[in-house]
Design a protein around this ligand. Structure first.
Ligand code: NAP
Ligand code: F7E
Length: 323
């Protein structure tokens, strides 16, 4: 039985990855940090099947200890401070978690067992002010937030440990991916949740920031499959994972309201507090390398994703409010 250690198992991607690896017959270990209240909502349905180990990205010895204890075949490093606006209010902490945290993970792998295969959750935010359209594995980076800068560090330290120590370290450059399990503050989930609330009479208006930026939105469940495929190859490499389609925030809003038969313009207002100090205007990825080498391709498109998320939020809220 193969053993896997997932950092960030309580997050959106960690939960879908755990679902998938349990189905594949892996023994799943999840790294969690100490908290005064449990935050296992996304993995409640599989909590009895997961072996929890406690460590923190800030604490080198705790990471070495759990890697020694588990001695996994594969490590997926998904833990990070992942919300872009918070990276301006907590830039140093973001650097520690999202940047240096990767080095701590790689150091632990290097010290304990160099045969462990390592996946790093890199991000399309690294492209930022994009140098070409669409973005590929060879597009130069120009990050636009402390989060993006930290991810560039995490990406290159992963490449460096691969080249310096011959560690099987792969980096997935994933474009935005969403799901019903997405955190409430991210724009897709914020919108679908508000649409459902407005339809049910639980909310009057939705306040947003820049509605003109464009994103390449995919489905998290499709994307965790690409992570796994990267660690099953003969050699480690970097891969862009994207749908190749780009839509504006406004299009997401319009499609979400239309899903429940409403006109978005009656309910959406702009609030300056959601405008960022620097914006990433346009992201669209070219995943042809992943399609060719990994045999991966996205299954869920933009319209299907909107529908999945709106219907989920509507049904959940209806049930929770006895409507
Ligand atoms: P998420 O839902 O925000 O989950 C982040 C996870 O990291 C949570 O489990 C969180 O644990 C954990 N974490 C944060 N700080 C930690 C620390 N100091 N020590 C240990 N664990 C810590 O993120 P996601 O959307 O699943 O994304 C997964 C990864 O992919 C992240 O690295 C993200 O930056 C990257 N990424 C995401 C996207 C996307 O569109 N979703 C795209 C590209 C890259 P708690 O529950 O304790 O807070
Ligand atoms: O913003 C605009 C905002 O916060 C998307 C993370 O998973 O993907 C994610 O980062 C766009 C931006 O995601 C609101 O200005 C307008 O242009 O959903 P988001 P993100 O910043 O693209 C990358 C790939 C990651 O790696 C990150 O971890 O939507 N926007 N109004 C808004 N965004 C938010 N959050 N809230 C608004 O009210």
């Amino acid at each position: 039985m193969k053993k896997v250690l997932i950092t960030g198992i309580t997050g959106q991607d960690g939960s879908y990855l755990a679902d998938m690896l349990l189905e594949k017959g892996y023994k799943v270990y999840g790294m969690v940090r100490r908290s005064s209240v449990e935050k296992l909502d996304r993995i409640e349905h599989i909590r009895d099947k997961i072996n929890f180990v406690q460590a923190d990205l800030l604490d080198q010895l705790s990471i070495i200890t759990i890697i020694k204890q588990v001695n996994p075949d594969e490590v997926y490093n998904l833990a990070a401070m992942s919300f872009v606006p918070t990276s301006w209010s907590q830039p140093v902490l973001t650097g520690e978690f999202t940047g240096i945290g990767v080095t701590r993970m790689l150091e632990a792998v290097r010290l304990v067992n160099k045969d462990i295969r390592f996946y790093q959750a890199s991000s399309s935010e690294m492209f930022g002010k994009v140098k070409e359209i669409p973005q590929t594995e060879n597009t130069p980076f120009h990050p636009r937030s402390p989060y993006g800068v930290a991810k560039v560090y995490g990406h290159y330290i992963t490449v460096n440990y691969r080249e310096s120590y011959d560690i099987f370290a792969a980096s997935g450059i994933l474009f935005n991916h969403e799901s019903p399990r997405r955190g409430l503050e991210f724009v897709t989930k914020k919108v679908t949740n508000a649409v459902a609330k407005i339809k049910l009479g639980l909310l009057d208006y939705l306040y947003l920031g820049n509605m003109d930026s464009k994103r390449d939105w995919g489905f998290s469940k499709d994307y965790v499959e690409a992570m796994w495929l990267m660690l099953q190859q003969d050699k480690p490499d970097d891969f862009v994972i994207a749908t190749g389609e780009s839509h504006s925030v406004k299009e997401w809003v319009q499609a979400s309201f239309e899903c429940l038969g409403m006109d978005w313009e009656k309910y959406v207002k702009i609030d300056q507090k959601f405008i960022r100090p620097a914006e990433v205007d346009l992201l669209v990825g070219d995943s042809s390398k992943a399609q060719k080498v990994l045999g991966w391709k996205p299954k869920v498109n933009f319209d299907q994703l909107v529908k999945i998320m709106v219907e989920y939020d509507y049904n959940q809220l209806k049930k929770a409010n006895n409507i």
